[in-house]
Design a binder for this molecule. Structure first.
Ligand code: ADP
Length: 473
């Protein structure tokens, strides 16, 4: 099969979160299973762009409303990622430092989608499947079927749409519908939800199949999905939950070049301690105490707003018995609060505000516990990385966290789970972690060895996607 993935992120070229990780790994595993896989994302000005050699494969012209532009498609020459990575460049519109966060993001991603379809419709052959991801590429399944410029060539290609996060839907005022290429107006209901253009809803209605990144998340979005609950109920027949995997080559403590010391199951205690010592030294923490970390976006869905009060209470109740280290960026108020807390609780609490890939690896390795109190977690990759690095996940039972972590009180359990995204539940979970660390090291070691033996690589999930494609070919 020939599969084309269209996305806004792909690690290591561009990553803001789990979407980037998935697009950096799933295509590689699909290639290893014997298929031809191509990924196209916008050409941002990231470090990876300047480090690699690229070749021009296509040039074209398109327009969004009255804005007419030329675009080009380039391909990474060495194929070092294990699949073909293509970048689509639109001067002044896509070639920016950041992936998201610009006022004109709706136009940027619409221009990207239209250009991708223009490019694909000029291939001498057709891909077997076009797989799009999240709202940034959500209008593609609709345009393949109903935009006059593309439908002759593309309407019969099966489209799959994966929801990595249903909270963000790419809403656009209805008055902007002339930005879309000319299309069958009788079908314009497919792009509408609550009097707006809703690219996520458009994809759910128009794609041949829809997947979510964990089975539990598929159940949850029928109850809570930022206004789309009824749509997911109605379309449940074409939806399937497929759990994300991890790239076991990149996330491997035995070989990870970003670690201070590499380690495996046999060397877990010494290996983790060496990484912990380095981290604690860097952040002025005490390596004799347990190290609890948080890594992630500082946003409401991750319950980051509850962290200051939870950390404050932990430091009050358990002060002198633990370290907390946070890596994240997002809400400016929270960023300031965490910086202040770092100054106030020197020796017990520290925070690195920003995005720092290398540090995240060292934290998964050096930490004893990883806290994820998410309100919403479509899959969550952090807990899977934590498992691979022998770090006990402390998670709220929701979405993919529910599917991948079992509480240590349950048969075969290896993590610490709690029900509510609340300060009380978090403080209680930290109390359980301390008790385990201080009073039952043998059990802790047993849990670490057990979790490091799990196979959460993409092998199984990549197969599920391939089966899904085959079912619609
Ligand atoms: P989401 O995509 O909702 O942010 P996921 O758990 O699916 O959450 O994926 C988060 C990914 O982003 C993980 O690879 C995590 O290590 C990484 N990450 C999040 N915040 C940061 C940060 N500040 N620095 C480095 N990596 C980060």
């Amino acid at each position: 099969m020939e599969i084309l993935h269209v996305s806004a992120e792909c690690y290591p070229m561009a990553k803001a979160g789990g979407l980037g990780d998935v697009l950096g790994a799933l295509p590689k595993y699909q290639e290893q299973a014997g298929h031809t896989v191509k990924v196209i994302i916008p050409m941002y000005r990231t470090r990876y762009l300047y480090r690699k050699e690229w070749e021009l494969v296509h040039e074209g012209r398109q327009q969004v409303g009255f804005y007419s532009f030329s675009y080009s498609v380039i391909r990474e020459r060495s194929r070092e990622l294990g699949f073909d990575l293509y970048l689509l460049d639109i001067n002044g519109l896509l070639d920016r430092q950041e992936i998201y966060g610009y006022e004109d993001d709706p136009q940027r991603f619409l221009a990207f989608q239209v250009s991708v379809l223009d490019w694909v419709s000029q291939w001498s052959h057709r891909p077997d499947v076009i797989h799009t991801h999240d709202h940034h590429t959500g209008l593609i399944p609709f345009m393949m079927k109903y935009a006059y410029a593309f439908r002759d060539r593309l309407q019969h290609i099966p489209s799959v749409f994966t929801i990595h996060n249903a909270q963000y839907q790419g809403w656009l005022g209805w008055q902007h519908r002339e930005w879309l290429p000319a299309h069958d107006e009788w079908k314009s209901g497919l792009i509408e939800w609550n009097d707006q253009i809703n690219p996520l809803a458009a994809a759910v209605k128009s794609a041949w199949r829809v997947t979510t990144v964990s089975p539990s998340y598929l159940d949850e979005i029928r109850q809570r999905s930022n206004g789309l609950e009824k749509l997911f109920e109605y379309e449940k027949g074409k939806c399937l939950g497929i759990l994300n995997g991890i790239d076991a080559d990149v996330w491997n403590p035995v070989t990870d070049p970003l670690l201070v010391t590499n380690y495996g199951i046999e060397t877990i205690t010494a290996g983790k301690m060496a990484n912990k010592l380095a981290l604690c030294k860097q952040f002025g923490l005490d390596a004799t105490r347990p190290l609890i970390v948080y890594i992630g976006r500082l946003v409401h869905e991750k319950a980051a707003d509850l962290l200051p009060e939870a950390f404050y209470q932990c430091l009050q109740h358990f002060g002198g018995r633990l370290n907390i280290l946070l890596l994240g960026s997002g809400d400016p108020g929270l960023q300031t609060t965490f910086k202040e807390m770092s100054n106030r609780y020197v020796g017990s609490f520290s925070a690195y505000i920003g995005y720092y890939e290398e540090l995240s690896h060292r934290m998964y390795a050096g930490a004893d516990f990883l806290l994820m109190p998410s309100r919403v977690e479509p899959c969550g990759l952090n807990q899977l990385y934590a498992l691979r690095y022998g770090t006990v996940p402390m998670v709220r039972k929701t979405g993919g966290l529910r599917d991948t972590v079992t509480d240590m009180g349950d048969p075969g359990g290896f993590g610490i789970c709690f029900d509510q995204a609340s300060v009380g539940d978090m403080v209680h979970a930290v109390g359980r972690a301390l008790e385990l660390y201080e009073s039952d090291r043998v059990r802790l070691l047993g849990m670490q060895e057990y979790m490091m033996g799990f196979d959460h690589s993409w092998d199984r999930s990549a197969l599920q996607y391939l089966q899904l494609y085959k079912s619609i070919l």
